[in-house]
Write a protein that binds this ligand. Structure first.
Ligand code: GDP
Length: 451
């Protein structure tokens, strides 16, 4: 739908299709009250008051329902809205949908109800996106955090920053346009304002990590030198033979990922052996680079070593790489006995002893992982952002950095105003004041029909 296109009246099933207590069909648009008048036994519906009666089709009774009418602008979409609450059978709901279609409504597109709410200023874009987050939230915690954005937390913060920057821009422009009457603002004032706006943006950006964890799950990487049992552990966790287990060192070239559902969503990553030295082949080298990157990107690292053989320089190098990250030390192959090692870089009592063959210690390890990642996802975060919003925030920050540098150098204020405008546009995109049809389509196409 084009932004300038007139709003016609749309209809859709708002509840999941299945057998349940209640099914809801929602109609929105100027003709909503006309549509219901043609198909409902009660007439002259009063906005905000529920009515009980029958939906009929050419005189035939279809279902006994409750109808909830809303008059614009006091509705979800900001338009006239009718909700029909019927019995929750797949075919009852479909029949009623068909009847609304026959009587003047058109089938809604994905996310069209929420899109109308946005276009009618009932929600800003960050709130509309929060609706999708809330619906698709895979964990209870993410749902709670998304609800904060639905209540407008992010939008309000952005508006505050915007109004301060707008004030600065107005003063710059007034100084340029009316040099006789208005003095151009002091550079120290500009610097203070830009720096404080950048601080506010940085504050939102500090929540990016937690946002991503909540949205995508916690990334847990298994690292260790070749042959210590990484793929075996990965498979044990997955209970399937996805990675190829082999006793030739260094054959897991790629990074393999799988999702686990352990209360908190977890992405488990099996890395190729991280190893150095000249004997390594080119293909393997690429795999090693990936592994290093995966280890460094991960939220939690499982450092695996073979307790039945000597702890080598290579083990120590890998441990050194990840020791400052959140990690769990895992001593594998304990079914083969323990090789006394005097030079471990950590206290052996801190290691969880396991065997992927006998499955000894696997439950302990799983518990330890679950407890560690549970802390990640319950961490309170002030702001939840998605990739699109983060990209706008980074762009705003870059413009502010340029404005700060320019103000420090006492550059022409005309030039500085360009960066301030760019920062404002980036912020406008977050809440949707400046937005293209294409971006809108992209956002709302991820919704379901009926929302
Ligand atoms: P990766 O290179 O670190 O991924 O190691 P793999 O998972 O491919 O395992 C290397 C070899 O060690 C294979 O022969 C496995 O069967 C063996 N292995 C893995 N875990 C254990 C274990 O707990 N006990 C014993 N005895 N062998 C294991």
């Amino acid at each position: 739908m084009n932004l300038l296109e007139e709003f016609d009246t749309i209809t859709a099933i708002a509840t999941p299709l299945g057998t349940g207590g209640v099914g809801v069909i929602r109609i929105s648009g100027d003709k909503s009250f006309d549509v219901i008048a043609k198909i409902f036994t009660k007439q002259n519906l009063e906005p905000g008051k529920i009515s009980h009666g029958w939906i009929t089709d050419e005189g035939k009774k279809i279902d006994e329902v409750i109808v909830l009418p809303f008059k614009k602008p006091h509705s979800y979409t900001g338009e006239d809205v009718i909700e029909i609450h019927c019995h929750g059978g797949v075919n009852v709901v479909r029949n009623i949908l068909d009847i609304t279609l026959k009587n003047g409504a058109r089938m809604a597109e994905r996310g069209e109800f929420t899109k109308r709410a946005f276009l009618n200023h009932k929600l800003d874009l960050s709130q509309a996106e929060a609706v999708a987050d809330l619906i698709h939230a895979k964990t209870k915690n993410f749902a709670i955090q998304s609800a904060k954005n639905l209540s407008g937390v992010l939008g309000q913060k952005i508006s505050e920053i915007k109004s301060k920057l707008f004030e600065v821009l107005s003063r710059i422009v007034a100084g340029i346009d009316f040099p006789e009457d208005v003095a151009e603002p002091e550079y120290s004032y500009l610097l203070d304002e830009f720096t404080s706006a950048k601080k506010e943006i940085d504050k939102i950006l500090t929540c990016v990590k937690t946002s991503d964890v909540l949205r995508q799950g916690v990334k847990v990487a298994i690292v260790g030198k070749p042959n210590v049992g990484k793929s075996s552990l990965f498979n044990t966790f997955l209970n399937m033979e996805r990675a190829i287990v082999t006793d030739i060192a260094g054959t897991t070239r790629d990074v393999i990922k799988e999702n686990l559902d352990w209360d908190v969503p977890i992405t488990i990553i099996d890395t190729a052996g991280i190893r150095g030295g000249n004997e390594v082949g080119k293909v393997e080298e690429i795999g090693i680079e990936y592994s290093k990157q995966s280890a460094l990107d991960a939220d939690l690292v499982l450092f695996l070593f073979d307790i039945s053989s000597q702890f080598e320089k290579e083990d120590a190098e890998i441990y050194d790489l990840i020791k400052d990250k959140k990690h769990i030390i895992v001593a594998n192959k304990c079914d083969l006995g323990t090789k006394a090692s005097i030079s471990l870089p950590f206290n052996i009592n801190n290691a969880i002893k396991i065997s992927t063959i006998s499955e000894f210690g696997i439950e302990d390890l799983k518990e330890k992982i679950k407890n560690t990642v549970a802390n990640f996802a319950t961490e309170e975060t002030e702001f939840i952002t998605n990739k699109r919003q983060q990209e706008c925030l980074y762009r705003c920050k870059e413009s502010l950095i340029r404005a700060i540098e320019a103000a420090e150098l006492n550059e022409l204020q005309d030039l500085i105003s360009i960066d301030v405008k760019a920062a404002l546009i980036a912020l406008d995109e977050i809440t949707g004041e400046v937005i293209t049809d294409e971006i809108l389509e992209n956002i709302f196409s991820h919704f379901c029909i009926g929302k």
